[in-house]
Design a protein around this ligand. Structure first.
Ligand code: ZN
Length: 332
């Protein structure tokens, strides 16, 4: 998918920093170890001269070259064995002096070369998966920065608000526990959830609480009101660049939370966008949470059948019950 220039730059800076940090810390380990054990430094110096020794053997007869190279190899093997022995005696791991990159596939360059396995010929470079993950994470973080996640936690969800009515209380207790266990056990195979019921019953509060827990687990979560997303998607689509930035972000997020479905003005454009988002995510098997003030019948009236069937067929629905009064100003 396409990311903004800023996200690309930040990702590349972060990857470059990972590489530099890995190299600096390897260099630091080496300096310290050499100080502690000059023998290791001596061995490394000998090993570093291998290329020079081989070049010096040119001009000899083919038989002598072969013998010289075999000797160099034998010497090197002895040196390496000696080095391993010293490291073991010092209780230092064998790979202690290697550069420990965060990603061993691209050695923290963000790109890797695609080579033909047989011929070794390069077919160009590709974005490494670590780079793609980072781009996704940064884009989701940027989006989350616009969301007041810290306002809603499971700890400050007050179940006593529902206790006047036994049925509401039991149902809300069940929903609360379902949400806690959902965020605790979250994975990319988690189910889709539909929160529905009147305003003021805690749907936004519990979605935000799930979002903040899932983000803490390292997943990228995109959260926002349907209204706001549709306005952005529309501006991008009909803008100069025919951009699909927000739509891609919504389709790709590890967890997408669409708040307040049904508050937006329904048009064929919103229906087709909603269908695209739901269908793409269902095909990719990525979880989505939708909250709506509309009942099932109202959803059916408002959206195309294709959209409604996607929701009814693949979402686990949870009906929020209680008095039609807001728990607090930040609860919807
Ligand atoms: Zn990588």
């Amino acid at each position: 998918m396409a990311y903004s220039k800023e996200i690309y730059e930040r990702a590349l800076n972060e990857i470059n920093k990972r590489r530099t940090d890995a190299e600096i810390s390897a260099e630091k380990r080496k300096t310290e170890l050499y100080k502690e054990c000059p023998d290791i430094q001596y061995i490394d110096l000998q090993l570093a001269q291998t290329g020079y020794k081989i070049i010096s053997s040119y001009g000899l007869s083919p038989d002598d070259v072969e013998k010289t190279i075999a000797n160099i190899k034998k010497e090197n093997d002895t040196l390496k064995a000696e080095k391993r022995k010293i490291l073991r005696a010092m209780k230092v791991p064998e790979d202690y002096l290697d550069i420990h990159y965060t990603c061993s596939k691209c050695n923290d360059t963000g790109f890797y070369e695609i080579r033909d396995e047989e011929t070794g010929i390069s077919h160009g470079t590709k974005l490494c998966s670590c780079h793609i993950e980072l781009l996704k994470k940064l884009a989701a973080e940027q989006m989350a920065a616009q969301t007041p996640l810290e306002l809603s936690t499971f700890e400050d969800f007050d179940l006593s608000f529902y206790k006047d009515d036994k049925e509401s209380f039991e149902q809300m207790k069940y929903i609360f526990e379902t949400c806690v266990s959902y965020s605790r056990n979250f994975g990319l195979d988690s189910p889709n959830l539909l929160f529905y019921g009147r305003t003021g019953l805690g749907k936004t509060h519990l979605s935000l609480a799930i979002a903040s827990e899932v983000i803490k687990k390292g997943y990228n979560v995109v959260y926002g009101s349907v209204n706001r997303f549709f306005a952005k998607i529309e501006t991008e689509k009909f803008g100069r660049n025919n951009d699909t930035y927000t739509l891609d972000l919504l389709c790709d997020a590890d967890l997408l939370i669409l708040d307040d479905l049904g508050m937006e003005f329904s048009t064929s454009f919103t229906n087709s966008v909603l269908y695209t988002i739901l269908d793409t995510r269902i095909c990719k098997n990525l979880p989505t949470i939708i909250s709506s003030n509309l009942s099932f019948d109202e959803l059916k009236d408002k959206y195309h059948e294709s959209v409604v069937s996607r929701i009814i067929g693949t979402f686990e629905s949870l009906e929020f019950l209680g008095k039609d009064v807001r728990q607090s100003s930040d609860r919807r």
